[in-house]
Write a protein that binds this ligand. Structure first.
Ligand code: B12
Ligand code: SF4
Length: 514
C-alpha cells in the first residue's frame, strides 16, 4: 500500500519515503451511491470476517488489482461461508485477468469504470454529477526513522479528475482498462468544475496542496488554463502534484507551470530509444533540468527490459536514466499485463512464461515473459542495480527535493505574482529548518556511501543556512543529531526485517443502525 517504498525509493534504506495510500476507487464509488455502504480498507482477515458476521449485506464488492487475485479468491470463499445471501461484485484491474470468472466464486465481474456500473446496478441515475470524496493523499508518513505528526492540512488532498489515458502506450494497463488508445473517462470536464472541487477540498481538509490523480493531467490544456484563470481570480496559491508526459509538458511555458502551482511532476522517461509518441521530439534531460531549476520536483520513470535492451546496452541505458538526476526515480520492468496490447502480442508470440504467479506480476520482481536477450534472473539484477545506482550517484531523494525547493525559492522569492511568491515562501518557511537538520544528518550518514554526494549535501546545507532566519539556522545543531540517531536506529530495524502495515479503516455512509 506504499508508492515510494515499493517502486521509487526502495533502495534508499532509512531515507526511503514511507507513506500509505487509501483505496481511492472504492472511496469514489461509496461517495456516489445513495445506498447504505461500508468501506473497509486494508482489513485483516478477522476484521473482514467480523464485519460479514455482524452486519447483513445485500452486496459485497471487492476492489483489487491483478497481484491480489489470491486474496480475492479467499475473500469470496469467506463471503459464501459467512454471508451466503450476499451478492459478490468484483471490480478494479483484477477484472482484466483472462478467465477470471473461473478462478473466483463471484456473481459479477466489472471491467472498467465502476461508479456508473454500480449506480446502474442499484437502479440509481448514472448521469448524476460525480461528487468527489475528501481524500487525504497519504498517511503514516515516515522518513529517517521518524513518523511525521498527522496535522489537518499538512498532507495534500487527492483529486481524481479522470481515469484512463488516451495515449495508449502498448504496456499501459490504466489506459487499456478504461478503453485504450483515444479513450478515457472524465469525471470533471472543465477547469471550472475542477476549481470547485479543489475549493471544497481546501475548506474541508484545510489543504493548499493537491495530488492530482490523472494519468496525463497536462494533456488537457484548455482545462488546465481555465483552472489557472480561476486560481488567479480567487488568489489561490495552491500547489499541485501531477502526472504528465513530456509532449504534454511541452505545451506549457515554465512560467505557466509555476503559476499553475505545479510543484511535483511525474514523467515517463521510459527509454530514449523506445519510440513512444509521448516522448517524440523531447530532450528529457534538458527538460528535467529546466523543471528543477524552476522549483518543480521531477519524478522520472524508466522501463527496464524493453525489447531492444541487451546485457551489453542496458547498463548504458540505466546510466542515461540516472543522469537525469531527477528528485525521484521509478524503475519498472517491462511487463505484459493482462488486458494490454503488449500482453496480447506476447501471448500470440508464445512468449508469456507459464507458472509465474499473478502475485509476482507487478514489475518490481522478475520478468513474466521471455525476453530476447535478458534472462528472468538477470531482469531482477538489472532492476535492483538501477535503483541502487540512482541512490549511489544522486543521493537520497530527500536531499534532491530540498535542492529543488532551494532553486525554486531563489528564483521566485521576489517574483511579481504574489501567489507564486507566497507558495515558495510558505514551503520554505515551513520546511527550511527541518530540511537543514535532515541535511545535517544525511551528510554524515551518506559519507560511507559516497563522499562526493556527502560534500554536495553539505554545500546545500550551507545554502539553507544562508537563506534561513535565526531559528531555522539554529535548528540543525539540535535536531540534526536526533535525526542521525533515529536514522541509524531505523537502519538497524530494517536490517532485522521490520515492515510497516497500514491501519484498517472502516467508514459508513447513509447508515442507520438497526
Ligand atoms: C494509487 C495507486 C496505487 C496506490 C494504491 C493505494 C491502495 N490503497 O490501493 C499505491 C501507490 C500504494 C499502489 C501500489 C501498487 N500498485 Co498501483 N496504482 C495506483 C494508481 C496510480 C491509481 C489508482 C486509483 O486510485 N485510480 C483512480 C480510481 C478512481 O480508479 P480505480 O482504482 O481503477 O477504480 C475504478 C475502477 O477500476 C472501478 N473499480 C475499482 N474497484 C472497484 C470495485 C468494485 C466492486 C467495482 C464495481 C468497481 C471498481 O471503479 C473505479 C471508478 O471508476 C493506478 C494507476 C491508475 N491511474 O489507475 C496504479 C495501479 C492500479 N497500480 C498498479 C500496480 C502494479 C501496483 C503495485 C503492484 C506496484 C508495485 N510493484 O509495487 C502496488 C500493489 C499494491 C497492492 N498491494 O495492491 C497497476 C495495476 C496493474 C494491474 N493491471 O493490475 C496500476 C494500474 C498502474 C499501472 N498502470 O501499472 N498503487
Ligand atoms: S502516457 Fe503514461 S498513462 Fe498514458 S498510456 Fe502512456 S504510459 Fe499510460
Amino acid at each position: 500500500m506504499e508508492l515510494y517504498h515499493n517502486q521509487v525509493t526502495r533502495a534508499q534504506g532509512s531515507f526511503s519515503l514511507r507513506m500509505f495510500h487509501r483505496s481511492w476507487g472504492i472511496m469514489m464509488i461509496q461517495e456516489n451511491i445513495s445506498a447504505p455502504c461500508t468501506v473497509l480498507d486494508f482489513p485483516m482477515r478477522d476484521d473482514f470476517a467480523r464485519e460479514l458476521k455482524t452486519q447483513k449485506y445485500d452486496v459485497v464488492g471487492i476492489s483489487a488489482i491483478i497481484v491480489n487475485i489470491g486474496k480475492v479468491r479467499e475473500m469470496c470463499r469467506m463471503i459464501r461461508e459467512l454471508s451466503p445471501t450476499s451478492t459478490i461484485i468484483i471490480g478494479g484491474h483484477v477484472a482484466a485477468i483472462p478467465r477470471v470468472e473461473k478462478m473466483i466464486d463471484a456473481d459479477h465481474i466489472v471491467k472498467g469504470e465502476g461508479i456508473s456500473w454500480m449506480r446502474r446496478y442499484l437502479g440509481e441515475d448514472e448521469n448524476t454529477p460525480i461528487r468527489h470524496p475528501s481524500i487525504v493523499s497519504g498517511m503514516r508518513t515516515r522518513i529517517m526513522g521518524v513518523r511525521l505528526p498527522e496535522r489537518k492540512g499538512a498532507t495534500a488532498a487527492t483529486i481524481i479528475p479522470s481515469v484512463g489515458c488516451p495515449m495508449g502506450c502498448n504496456f499501459c494497463t490504466t489506459s487499456a482498462f478504461f478503453g485504450g488508445k483515444g479513450k478515457f473517462v472524465n469525471f470533471f470536464e472543465t477547469g471550472d468544475e475542477l476549481f470547485d472541487v479543489m475549493n471544497r477540498m481546501e475548506k474541508e481538509l484545510k489543504v493548499e496542496s493537491f495530488f492530482v490523480m490523472d494519468e496525463n493531467f497536462l494533456l488537457h490544456r484548455d482545462r488546465a488554463m481555465r483552472l489557472l484563470d480561476r486560481m488567479k481570480e480567487a488568489h489561490k496559491s495552491w500547489s499541485m502534484s501531477v502526472f504528465a508526459s513530456a509532449n504534454a509538458i511541452r505545451k506549457y511555458t515554465m512560467q505557466e507551470l509555476v503559476e499553475l502551482g505545479v510543484s511535483w511532476l511525474w514523467m515517463g522517461l521510459e527509454s530514449p530509444r523506445a519510440g513512444y509518441s509521448k516522448l517524440q521530439g523531447s530532450d528529457t534531460r534538458q527538460l528535467t533540468r529546466e523543471l528543477r531549476e524552476h522549483g518543480i520536483r521531477v519524478q522520472g520513470s524508466t522501463i527496464i527490459g524493453l525489447e531492444h535492451h541487451t546485457p551489453d546496452n542496458i547498463v548504458a541505458e540505466i546510466e542515461h536514466a540516472v543522469s537525469h538526476d531527477t528528485d525521484f526515480h521509478q524503475f519498472m520492468l517491462y511487463t505484459p499485463v493482462p488486458g494490454t496490447p503488449l500482453y496480447q502480442q506476447m501471448a500470440e508470440e508464445g512468449r508469456l512464461l507459464r507458472d509465474v504467479d499473478y502475485a509476482d506480476v507487478h514489475g518490481q520482481f522478475k520478468f513474466n515473459f521471455k525476453h530476447a536477450a535478458i534472462s528472468r534472473e538477470d531482469s531482477k539484477r538489472f532492476l535492483d542495480w538501477a535503483f541502487w545506482r540512482d541512490f549511489e550517484l544522486n543521493g537520497p531523494s530527500l536531499y534532491r527535493i530540498s535542492r529543488t525547493l532551494m532553486a525554486g525559492w531563489k528564483r521566485y522569492k521576489d517574483w511579481p505574482d504574489t501567489r507564486v511568491r507566497e507558495r515558495f515562501a510558505s514551503e520554505m518557511g515551513r520546511l527550511n529548518g527541518i530540511y537543514s537538520s535532515a541535511l545535517w544528518a544525511m551528510e554524515r550518514q551518506f559519507r560511507k556511501v559516497d563522499a562526493g554526494v556527502s560534500q554536495q549535501i553539505r554545500a546545500l546545507r550551507e545554502e539553507f543556512r544562508h537563506e534561513s532566519g535565526l531559528v531555522s539556522r539554529m535548528m540543525p545543531a539540535v535536531l540534526g543529531p536526533v535525526l542521525l540517531w533515529t536514522t541509524r536506529r531505523e537502519e538497524r530495524r530494517l536490517a532485522r526485517g521490520k515492515t510497516y502495515e497500514p491501519p484498517t479503516i472502516l467508514e459508513r455512509t447513509n447508515w442507520v443502525e438497526a
